[in-house]
Ligand binder design. Structure first.
Ligand SMILES: Cc1cc2nc3c(=O)[nH]c(=O)nc-3n(C[C@H](O)[C@H](O)[C@H](O)COP(=O)(O)OP(=O)(O)OC[C@H]3O[C@@H](n4cnc5c(N)ncnc54)[C@H](O)[C@@H]3O)c2cc1C
Length: 270
């Protein structure tokens, strides 16, 4: 049985801010609902009001501009994969999008919902971290910008404050053309949450690794240098994560596979 709730669909940022202020303790924002609705069904959340962001102006806008690629709060993971601009200029974003869940889930799941949900196994977070993406955060008093490097604060925790929402994600123009590849280990061949995921990105002279399912938050490692050999690179990445043992895999298996993926990615992505 789904816990009963009222459904609200604000048509402007002002309306959304007022609704969040009125329902600070009993309201939840809804985007695609692929995390929220199962959580309501399982009793994790019991909101009396659900506030849908999909009717906000420009909510579904995916736009390439001088500042980079801008994603509204209702842009789905499949919207990314369908976008020629994203495929041509931000292939790393698409590599991660392609690994998220199934085609059906990706039709509903938004990029914004994925990062606000802040699961350690988020597949979009490694790309946004490695590409220096910025969260544009809305509130009743205006907007503020926060790099994704500072966005994730713990398991399912973000730097969003009460009354704030993720209004837009900007992947900067300076990250266009970055080359990379994402390897995700799963229990089954089809769609599944990752046992561990490692993204490797070459951006100008900088080498970045984005790691999922290996720490309380998705992790960015940008301290590997071009002079480091594969063993040194693997040691640096492993020194930045703190995997645990859980139902999907042991800590030791995760550590081993992170090392395997780092070596493989360094050889693959030239
Ligand atoms: C079968 C299945 C398989 C899945 N597999 C994967 C997988 O392989 N990899 C992966 O990373 N995820 C996976 N997921 C999780 C999920 O699909 C993603 O996290 C999804 O991107 C969440 O987006 P959404 O639009 O559905 O968010 P919602 O469920 O609508 O919202 C998620 C959370 O974010 C909040 N929220 C949403 N939008 C905003 C906003 N703009 N501002 C502030 N708060 C907001 C909501 O209140 C809620 O707490 C899977 C889910 C399912 C059901």
């Amino acid at each position: 049985m789904l816990h009963p709730f009222r459904y609200l669909a604000p048509q402007s940022a002002q309306e959304l801010a007022a609704m969040l202020a009125d329902h600070a303790s009993d309201g939840k924002i809804l985007a695609g609902g692929t995390d929220l609705i199962p959580n309501i069904r399982n009793g994790v959340f019991k909101p009396s009001v659900v506030i849908d962001v999909k009717k906000l102006p420009d909510a579904s806008s995916l736009r390439l501009g001088a500042d980079g690629l801008s994603l509204g709060p209702a842009v789905t993971v499949n919207d990314i994969l369908r976008s020629k601009d994203a495929r041509e200029r931000y292939p790393v974003l698409c590599a991660c999008a392609h690994e998220l869940a199934s085609h059906q889930v990706r039709n509903r799941a938004t990029v914004a919902g994925n990062v606000v949900n802040a699961s350690p196994c988020s597949d979009m977070a490694p790309a946004l971290l490695c590409l220096d993406a910025v969260a544009v955060i809305g509130s009743g008093t205006g907007q503020r910008e926060l790099p994704f490097r500072e966005f994730f604060t713990g398991v399912k925790k973000t730097a969003l404050k009460p009354g704030e929402w993720l209004d837009r994600i900007v992947v900067p123009a300076s990250s266009a053309g970055a080359r990379g590849s994402y390897l995700k280990l799963k229990r089954i061949a089809g769609h599944d949450l990752g046992i561990v995921g490692v993204l490797f990105v070459r951006l100008g002279g900088s080498l970045r690794f984005g790691v999922s399912s290996a720490a309380p938050t998705p992790v960015l490692v940008d301290t590997v240098t071009a002079k480091d050999g594969p063993d040194q690179a693997a040691a640096t990445v492993l020194g930045s994560v703190s995997p645990i043992s859980d139902v999907r895999g042991t800590k030791e298996y995760r550590q081993h596979m992170i090392g395997v993926f780092v070596r493989r990615l360094l050889a693959e992505v030239k």
